[in-house]
Design a protein around this ligand. Sequence first.
Ligand code: ATP
Length: 371
Amino acid sequence: MPNSAHKNSISIAVMPGDGIGPEVMKPAIALMDRALERTGGPKLSYEELDAGAECYRRTGTPMSEEVFEKAAAADAILFGAMGLPDVRRPDGIEIAPQLDLRFRLELFAGVRPVRTIPGAPTPLADPRAKNLDFVLIRESTEGLFTSRGKGEVTPDYVRETWEITRAGSERLFDFALQLGRRRKAKGSPGSVACVDKSGVFRAFAFFRQIFFERAKAFPDIDARAFNVDATALDLIRRPWIFDVLVTENQFGDILSDAGAALMGGMGMAPSADIGLTHGLFQPCHGTAPDIVGMGKANPTAMILSAAMMLDWLGETKQLPSCGAAADLLQRAVDAAFAPGDLRPFELGGEAGTQAITDRVATQLEALPLEA
Ligand code: ATP
């Protein structure tokens, strides 16, 4: 259990990781600290922890037990990105301590907001796609990922299986339905859709059935179910119809990258992995080995993930100043892109890590504390 119930300061386990992870982590922490200063929020104490592919290369282990224990004891985990294509375990699988953390800390709800930032370049021409605001919840402890590292492999045959439990699905759907309710209170449509493939797999008939069972306790929510393939189509054809989507681990893995694309690219998309006792916050992107050390990494996703962490800390620890800092940081990002001239490298422009950070920092000073 995180340990700050009886402490004044809030402890953050910082895991910058590999590739561009450390490059985007540094500015995100500086901006977060400044936002907290402005709102009179608590001081965060950071402990940097060594884990990832480079750690594996150096020490033979991607994340030591000691590091895991420290991460588990912190009030929140701020995570950059881990894994490098050429660093693999003997079975050929990439190093991914983030998956171990999700499973071991039971971070069952992968929260992937898809919110377009006005002024930031996005791929769809339809004006309705310029104002997207929906959330994808990816189940993160079950599904096809339960099989990771355990698949049966012979020269002629492989087998990896889905696992979905009633208890895991119930807590997932309750989380999604509650989120739908909170969003509805702020003006969203209040629709929550289970995304599955129930016409083909019994596993998903089971998943969908549990969704509608849990939805009975939320009569104010418009509970729906969509097929995953139709959802992929609608993410491109009419993504503005969505409010909250909730789905299995592997489906969510794929759909959330499509969601990141709708926001303009991997460098724009934040995420949170939430459990009953812990929260881990990280950009949706990976380590981007192709641009490491070039100053081209877009820090926006990492900054917005840090804002999600502040928001979560504000809510779970009842610290309004933390929530206010989250809001300020998000508004500073929005204001940085608002003039429409800030074009990250990944979106065909010339703004690198420093330029984007500077623009957000300027807005952080200029904006009023209240929206
Ligand atoms: P993973 O499997 O760990 O998610 P990946 O190999 O699928 O990783 P990324 O590492 O996210 O993918 O990289 C995909 C592409 O997006 C690469 O071309 C990379 O340069 C680009 N990219 C990812 N993150 C950023 C970022 N923050 N800024 C700029 N470009 C990025």
